[in-house]
Design a protein around this ligand. Structure first.
Ligand code: NI
Length: 372
């Protein structure tokens, strides 16, 4: 899989490979309207709850520079976020759970999700409706700064809500020698870029965390013309819904006020991405309990203002997103990023055990409810 990376929504060969691996041990692939990616299922002999394990399968448009025996054979494409590791772990967990089929107290669905990198794959899986009766969901991401044999997870957000915005400023173009005859959108942009920095520093509680960045600014195309328009693009990262709702309102206020003060107009376009991940305390506790049983070290997790579309599942289904240590390496999305393969087997054993425990746990809660 590492040698044949495929980009988001192009994971045709990868999907075929996963299908082959699962079919080889008679694991049922569900018939769903997905172009790439798949959902498989193991139904235990005992009727019971349904839980899901989710991994992602897509790669990135990066030329691999890691010196590996199994280096990417496709120029310009690479599994630089380790989604191949996630896939291997969940296939392994499926193999182990298949052996327990006769004693499994419920159903485990395995989500091999396409297009995590473009943040739309989770929505594709959710739109099939296959998760509507799932009671708990678990996902994983490798951590290149945690040693093999360790995991990290925590209640609440592990990754941020990732939103994108664009600003279009319209002024009046003019000859560079006659600025008084125009309205300079570059000056307006400069004030806006500066003022936006006060949102985090002056409008957000210092104990909250948020980020506002302008990452793209374009205007004009020569030295002796004051252009007519300017274009700005950027991103906002937040960890809770309240701050997430507040920031675009404040952005709009600042942009409009500044543009008006110069006689220009400005328009904000807002593109919401995935929300922040939201681990439930209950499932974090179960995940940590199982991790201790299999001999994992439990490491403190650091919050990350990166995004993860696993958050879309967590809007609907309680569960936990878990970081798995894969040894020290260059960071995610770096051309020399690499995984220590020693983490695969223990990861598979862990997620198999976690799935089994989650079913037992839900069955017991169900029994208590029935009795009560
Ligand atoms: Ni990733």
């Amino acid at each position: 899989m590492h040698q044949h990376p495929e980009l988001s929504n192009e994971e045709f060969e990868t999907t075929k490979l996963v299908k082959e691996k699962l079919s080889a041990v008679d694991i049922k692939i569900l018939d769903l309207p997905l172009n790439t990616g798949l959902v498989a299922e193991i139904i235990g002999d005992q009727q019971g709850p349904i839980i899901a394990l989710r991994c992602d399968i897509d790669a990135l448009p990066i030329n691999e520079e890691a010196d590996l025996a199994y280096q990417s054979e496709v120029g310009g494409k690479m599994h630089a976020c380790g989604h191949d590791f996630h896939t291997a772990v969940i296939i392994g967990a499926a193999y182990l759970l298949k052996q327990l089929e006769h004693t499994l107290p419920g159903t485990v669905r395995f989500i091999f999700q396409p297009a995590e990198e473009t943040a739309h794959g989770a929505e594709q899986i959710l739109s099939t409706g296959i998760l509507s009766n799932v009671q708990a969901i678990f996902g994983l991401h490798n951590k290149p700064n945690l040693p093999v044999g360790s995991i990290g997870t925590a209640a609440g957000a592990l990754t941020a809500a990732v939103d994108r915005f664009e600003i279009e400023i319209s002024g009046v173009g003019t000859h560079a020698a006659h600025p008084e005859k125009g309205i300079d959108p570059i000056i307006v942009s400069a004030y806006i870029v500066t003022a936006l920095q006060t949102i985090v520093s002056r409008n957000i509680n210092a104990f909250d965390q948020a980020l506002v960045s302008i990452t793209h600014l374009k205007s004009g195309n020569t030295w002796n013309v004051i252009p007519e328009t300017a274009y700005l693009e950027g991103t906002v990262r937040t960890l809770n819904a309240e701050t997430r709702n507040f920031i675009p309102q404040r952005l709009r206020q600042i942009i409009k006020g500044i543009a008006e003060s110069f006689g220009a107009t400005a328009e904000l376009k807002w593109y919401p991405g995935p929300p922040a991940t939201n681990n439930t305390t209950e499932w974090v506790n179960v995940a940590i309990e199982v991790a201790e049983e299999v001999g994992y070290e439990i490491e403190e997790v650091s919050l990350d203002l990166g995004g993860e579309d696993f958050a879309y599942y967590q809007e609907k289904i309680p569960g936990a997103f878990i970081n798995v240590g894969t040894g020290y390496s260059y960071p995610h999305h770096h051309p020399k990023f690499a995984i220590d393969e020693a983490a695969i087997l223990s990861g598979a054993q862990y997620f198999a055990k976690l799935a089994e425990r989650a079913l037992v746990y839900l069955s017991e809660i169900g029994n208590v409810k029935d009795a009560g």
